[in-house]
Design a binder for this molecule. Structure first.
Ligand code: PLP
Length: 441
């Protein structure tokens, strides 16, 4: 029997009277049949206000690499809460966290902390412009770098007015953003090194930095093609641009050195968030000494009342220690579970005649729902994804999965945590079989 959500429905009705739109981040409203209200979680498990139990692969939008409410972290937070919630000043913990990041990521010679990756991206843009004295930032279509005016320009345009394939439009999906801001962002297609060369040459001498998600996780789950990272590095070196690796999702998930360790490249600046704070509002800018120099000299302003908050630091120190302790067995362990889940979902899809195609490196993956007549094969970039992914049909399957107690990210992204085990994958596939049956009926 599938779940019902009467208490969540009731709470959502009530929320709309005091919270604008009823939710505190726009995408949460997309959950169907209703934005679900949660009560508690433990490891891979999550319970909602109706008492429904879920195997969770949404994991706080990927932040909970260590699962829900790890007991040791919770104990450490309780101790810190008694010692002090907030100082807006220095403490030894911030050095301990910074040293761990340095130890794990070769390009992280220095770090600075913030509370969200959105803020860190803005710091990176400011640094790049200060160092190069150039105005433009190059980014890729469908990559998400936070919701700021600059960070979200060129992400995706709901109106579908994307511009030519060769010169994607610099459009912000939100009203209230001035065109002068959008004009400072150059958009390129992902996964096409030759197109990237042409785009850089078109604006040569004016681009301060190239920013990217090394594995594009905000549009399907798309690994970089061979030569892409080396082309970005080469162009950045050739033209004196900064290479900014946005590892908000991939950092720690892809191993201690993140995607840059996994794929073997060295950026000038790295954005860390999500798993870095293990579920607390914590993010970091990490970079080479040369790239961070304007912050040291004070020429570039970087600030924040809640930066390096001790509760976040406690959670982060514990999180980093888990990855350090696991060594090379992480990411191999979660990748094995993820690959099994991908294969199990594909088998179920085939059994039920559903055109679902899991895609990604296993540590994290996306379930592409092919439109009728869409070609098979790996989705390569944002436009390819929009052309092939059947979003309404995926939303229906996601709803069936949710009603059987399996929770993926709304747009179809699945994250695996260190708390998931083989038995969780077995149970997920058992429940998914029920969901596929209802979806296909
Ligand atoms: N960069 C990437 C790649 C992200 O996925 C996100 C959030 O999902 C951000 C930046 C923004 O992070 P935050 O929500 O912490 O501001």
């Amino acid at each position: 029997m599938s779940y019902t959500f009467s208490r969540s429905q009731e709470l959502f009705q009530r929320a709309q009277k005091s919270i604008a739109g009823g939710v505190n981040s726009g995408i949460r409203k997309l959950e169907v049949p209703v934005p679900v209200y949660f009560s508690h979680g433990s490891g891979a498990n999550l319970w909602d206000a109706d008492g429904n139990h879920y195997l969770d692969f949404q994991l706080g939008q990927g932040a909970l690499l260590y699962g829900h409410a790890p007991a040791e972290m919770a104990d450490a937070l309780a101790v810190q809460a008694r010692l002090g919630l907030h100082w807006a000043a220095q403490c030894e913990l911030e050095i301990e966290v910074a040293e761990r990041i340095q130890q794990m990521i070769p390009s992280a010679e220095l770090v600075r902390f913030n509370n969200s990756a959105t803020e860190v991206v803005l710091s990176a843009f400011r640094l790049a412009r200060a160092l190069t004295k150039r105005p433009l930032i190059l980014r890729f279509e469908g990559h998400y770098h936070g919701w700021s005016d600059e960070g979200l320009t060129g992400f995706a345009n709901p109106a579908g007015n994307w511009g030519e394939e060769e010169s994607p439009a610099s459009i912000h999906p939100s009203k209230g953003v001035i065109p002068e801001v959008m004009d400072k962002i150059v958009v390129a297609q992902w996964n096409d090194p030759e197109h990237l060369r042409r785009r850089v040459d078109q604006f040569r001498g004016k681009i301060a930095a190239i920013i990217f998600e090394p594995v594009l996780c905000n549009t399907s789950c798309i690994e970089p093609v061979a030569q892409l990272m080396s082309t970005i590095r080469e162009l950045c070196d050739r033209d004196g641009m900064l290479m900014i690796s946005d590892e908000t999702i991939t950092g720690l998930r892809f191993g201690a050195a993140g995607a840059q360790g996994y794929y073997g490249y060295k950026p000038d600046l790295t954005i860390l968030g999500k798993a870095l704070g293990g579920g607390t509002p914590f993010a970091a800018l990490a970079g080479t000494k040369a790239a961070m120099a304007p912050i040291i000299s004070g020429e570039v302003v970087h600030a924040g009342t809640l930066n390096a908050n001790p509760l976040c630091l406690v959670a982060s120190k514990w999180s980093l220690d888990q990855v350090l302790k696991l060594g090379p067995t992480h990411p191999a362990n979660i990748q094995k579970l993820g690959n099994r889940l991908m294969k199990g979902l594909l088998d179920l899809a085939q059994e039920h005649g559903v055109p679902l195609r899991p895609q990604g490196p296993g540590l994290i993956f996306h379930t592409v729902m092919l439109k009728p007549d869409a070609p098979e094969g790996t989705v390569l970039n944002y436009r390819d994804y929009v052309r092939r992914h059947d979003a309404p049909r995926w939303a229906n399957l996601r709803r069936c999965l949710l009603e059987e107690g399996v929770r993926a990210i709304e747009r179809g992204l699945w994250s695996i945590s260190l708390a998931h085990n083989e038995a969780d994958i077995d149970e997920t596939l058992r429940r998914a079989a029920l969901a596929f049956r209802r979806h296909a009926a």
